[in-house]
Design a protein around this ligand. Structure first.
Ligand code: ZN
Length: 254
């Protein structure tokens, strides 16, 4: 996906990032929670800083590519040399900031930024269109009708569909009930690269694979069947991101 600062493509909207951060916070060990609070400083929580990386993106243009990785939609596997040649994609940055957050040589401000980026990017990489490229600017180029509103595929997956599932607090209650310790453990297995491949597979199978076809001369219309499938996937991806973020922070902030 080719993104520039003027495109409204930001990964999950604040609602999605908040949910992921709140799920992770609910699964932190007391040690990791205390370290995170110390690094972020008074008045901040994982949720309150979860969209910071999007807010600074316009002013810090170099950070724009950090939010995604372009795995071609017709490829089955991730290839870091092909898909992240400059080392500035979301997967490389997650590894960088995982180290920076506990780097004894880093300043307090650098550790805080590292944690804020980490929380955000773990969310972004679970938005399937942030791990896929179909030569359409990550779905921004796919115009569609979204229940009477004109939108595009990327925006619908960032926030449109999630916004229709429900309000954040109601969703959080439901998600946290379903995200059992057993499930969190199961999902946390694997590498960051394997998680990206899972996101990519979802883009292949559902985001593009099940997208209704546009009629001749017309545009795609999102229908109830697609929304049903997408909602299940989005719920899953958000729970996975929350669980994996918690396990990662528990292993890192000790
Ligand atoms: Zn983002």
């Amino acid at each position: 996906m080719v993104l520039c600062g003027t495109l409204p493509a930001f990964g999950w909207g604040p609602q999605g990032h908040n949910l992921i951060a709140r799920l992770a916070a609910a699964h932190l060990t007391p040690e990791a929670a205390a370290r995170a609070a110390e690094i972020l400083g008074p008045g901040n929580t994982l949720a309150s800083i979860s969209s910071w990386a999007d807010r600074i993106r316009r002013d810090r243009a170099a950070t724009a590519p950090w939010h995604y990785i372009d795995i071609p939609i017709d490829q089955q596997h991730l290839d870091m040399v092909r898909d992240c040649p400059k080392g500035d994609c979301v997967l490389a940055k997650i590894e960088d900031f995982k180290k920076a957050v506990v780097d004894p040589a880093a300043t307090a401000e650098q550790r805080k930024e590292a944690l804020m980026f980490l929380v955000h990017f773990m969310g972004d990489m679970h938005q399937p269109l942030h791990c896929s490229d179909n030569r359409d600017k990550g779905g921004n180029g796919v115009k569609l009708d979204f229940f009477g509103r004109s939108s595009n595929l990327h925006s619908v997956w960032d926030s449109g569909l999630l916004g229709r599932i429900g309000q954040e607090d109601a969703l959080f209650t439901q998600f946290s009930k379903d995200l059992t310790e057993r499930l969190a453990k199961k999902w946390s297995k694997g590498t960051v690269g394997e998680w990206a491949e899972q996101s990519h597979k979802v883009a292949q199978k559902v985001v593009y694979g099940k997208l209704p076809k546009a009629p001749a001369g017309g545009q795609v219309t999102v229908d109830a069947a697609y929304e049903r499938l997408a909602d299940r996937v989005i719920k899953d991806q958000i729970e996975k991101a929350g669980a994996r973020l918690a396990i990662m922070l528990n292993a890192t902030l000790r």
